[in-house]
Design a protein around this ligand. Structure first.
Ligand code: GTP
Ligand code: MG
Length: 590
């Protein structure tokens, strides 16, 4: 997404809400301290003309000594005042930029949190991280430095121009004659450097992604002894980034000599033309000194323009990326006329001719799926890997929307429900277990932070986790995850099951949740699932016959289609796929 500069600046302005006045004060302060820069040459000019080189210099020094002291003191006082203004402006602008950054960062995080699954499939973690760190810093830099530098450059140029014109307009015109050439060079540079910054930003995101994937996937790297390969891969990303950085800097080096030549021509011009003016008595010596002591006020802004342009392009590339997330909207949201269902659901789940295709996928994953799970029933879903089981259950909490057909709960299409109400009624233990770096207690009570300790223990018992938890060094207070105690696959699954149960859902969805636990523990879990002290419809994906055997209904999915459905006995009698599975798992003909 490429947004024009005006839009980006108004976006900054929008996010400065609450500190806009402070920012304007900062900008006015910038103008003020730049205008104050001119006071020193002004006073020097007066001192030189009156007390050093003028016709009556010697007499003035005796007769107007007071004035001399006054001029010197005024110079000192104004310098101190100017320094104070600079200090206050820096503090003020820093405050504004940090407040704005804090606000944008929170909005970005909120946006990312509310996104659909599709969003997470599209964006790489490293890229998202780059947006909320490096890119945001470029945005901050724009507010804290670039905009101020532009104001500084222009106010300095303008103030100098006015002062020069006041002294002698002809000499001023000669000095500013160089400006158009300089501007042409800078504009050419801008066109060259803009694509470089976009490239630079992309390379940084690539490098961050490589680092992030390696850190989180370090075990795999180690298991396959691929450290050298990964180091080399990272080195390539790093070199790519570094080379692009160098290329970007070199772009400026091509233009730099032109800018410098024009800038350095100014003193030469002043010497030649100014000298002539003095000889012709068109300007005084003091005025000449004022001109020459202020020539930097024209040179510097012109030199700075290159850098400013560079920063503008960096901001532009980064703001595109940040604003893309800032203005992104999830597609799956509450409908305006969504049905309000504040109470607990009865738990009837119905699929009506549901077909589904991933947005980025080529082929449909589910075809014409229809089934009903009555309140309190257990429906088991079986099928070989990749047949569409996870995709199917993800349609219930509306992580994705069916391409055709409807998913209904208690007779209401999930698309017509409020997302928060729908999801509050669902307890989901996902196939890839993710636990937080928190205590076991905190992980189990994740969906309901008011859960009492007693209840946490109860749910841990339901999921057959209580036993191993009590053996942990600090029991339920043991920190697990990245910075704590490691857990086995089966232990993680059991905590994830306890977490899903702890919200006392009307619909419990388990995606292969007992695949890593032993048969004995699985039996215990099954037993407790039947003994839950709240009504609950269970949809269980499983590979083992021992899990599916007691379900009220078993659905066999093959290539995204339900090919068999019925109870254990019915399916065995059918002598189809389920029957062959039973034979395979029990090792005997049934
Ligand atoms: P197992 O968990 O291995 O038993 O498989 P599953 O039955 O749960 O399969 P799943 O529903 O995860 O995937 C079904 C098909 O959808 C597979 O062919 C996947 O390649 C495809 N698929 C899964 N997730 C995505 C996704 O996010 N995007 C796209 N485009 N395809 C996906
Ligand atoms: Mg799956």
């Amino acid at each position: 997404m490429k947004t024009d500069l005006k839009k980006k600046l108004s976006w900054l302005w929008e996010n400065m809400e609450g500190c806009r006045i402070l920012y304007i004060i900062g900008i006015l302060g910038t103008v003020l301290y730049n205008a104050l820069q001119l006071t020193v040459p002004y006073f020097s000019q007066k001192i030189i003309d009156l007390f050093l080189t003028g016709e009556n210099a010697a007499r003035n020094l005796i007769e107007k000594r007071e004035l001399f002291y006054e001029l010197v003191i005024a110079m000192v006082v104004l310098t101190i005042f100017r320094t104070t203004v600079v200090y206050l402006v820096c503090m003020d602008v820093e405050h504004v930029s940090q407040t704005m950054l804090y606000r944008i960062r929170n909005v970005l995080f909120r946006k990312i949190e509310h996104q659909d699954m599709n969003f997470y499939n599209t964006y790489r973690t490293g890229d998202l991280m780059t947006r909320v760190t490096g890119d945001l810093d470029a945005v901050r830099h724009m507010v804290a430095w670039v905009i101020r530098s532009v104001v500084e450059a222009f106010s300095l140029l303008l103030a100098t121009a006015v002062y020069f014109l006041y002294m002698d307009w002809r000499l001023t015109l000669c000095m500013f004659g160089i400006a158009p050439f300089m501007l042409a060079v800078i504009l050419k540079f801008r066109d060259k450097v803009a694509p470089r910054h976009r490239e630079l930003r992309e390379k940084l995101a690539q490098m961050n992604t490589a680092a992030q994937e390696n850190i989180s996937g370090n075990r795999v790297v180690k298991a396959f002894a691929r450290e050298d390969y990964e180091i080399q891969k990272f080195d390539e990303c790093n070199r790519d980034y570094s080379e692009t950085n160098k290329k970007t800097s070199k772009t400026w080096l091509i233009y730099f000599p032109y800018v410098e030549t024009f800038a350095n021509l100014m003193p030469v011009l002043l010497l030649a033309v100014g000298g002539l003016f003095i000889i012709n008595k068109q300007i005084t010596m003091g005025e000449y000194v004022a001109f020459s002591s202020l020539i930097w006020a024209i040179q510097n802004p012109m030199r700075m323009l290159g850098n400013i342009m560079n920063e503008f392009q960096r901001f532009s590339a980064s703001a595109d990326k940040v604003m893309e997330i800032y203005y992104s909207e999830p597609k799956i949201v509450d409908k305006e006329d969504a049905v309000d269902l504040p109470g607990r659901f009865a738990g009837k789940v119905e699929f009506r001719n549901v077909s589904f295709k991933y947005e980025d996928g080529k082929l449909p994953v589910l075809h014409n799926i229809s089934f009903v799970a009555k309140p309190g029933e257990t429906v088991a879903i079986m099928g070989e890997t990749g047949c569409g089981k996870t995709s199917l259950i993800h349609l219930i909490p509306r992580f994705y929307e069916p391409t055709e057909g409807e998913v209904l709960i208690d007779g209401v299409n999930v698309a017509d429900m409020k997302l928060a109400q729908l999801r509050k009624n669902i307890g989901l233990a996902t196939q890839d277990v993710l636990l937080y770096s928190d205590t076991i207690d905190g992980n189990i009570a994740y969906g309901d932070s008011h859960l009492s300790q007693k209840e946490v223990v109860k749910f841990a018992k339901y999921s057959a986790a209580a036993q191993f938890i009590s053996k942990m060094p600090e029991g339920y207070e043991t920190i697990i995850g990245e910075r704590g105690v490691g857990l086995s696959g089966g232990q993680k699954q059991r905590i994830s099951l306890a977490r899903a149960l702890a919200v006392k859902p009307a619909i419990l969805i388990l995606d292969d949740t007992t695949s890593a636990v032993d048969m004995e523990t699985e039996k215990q879990i099954q037993h407790s699932l039947n003994e839950l002290d709240f009504p609950c419809t269970k949809i269980i994906i499983a590979q083992r016959i021992s899990t599916t055997k007691f379900a009220d209904k078993i659905l066999v999915i093959q290539d995204g289609r339900i090919t068999e459905s019925g109870t254990h006995e019915e399916l065995i009698a059918k002598k189809g796929y389920y029957y062959s599975l039973v034979a395979l798992q029990t090792g005997e003909e049934v």
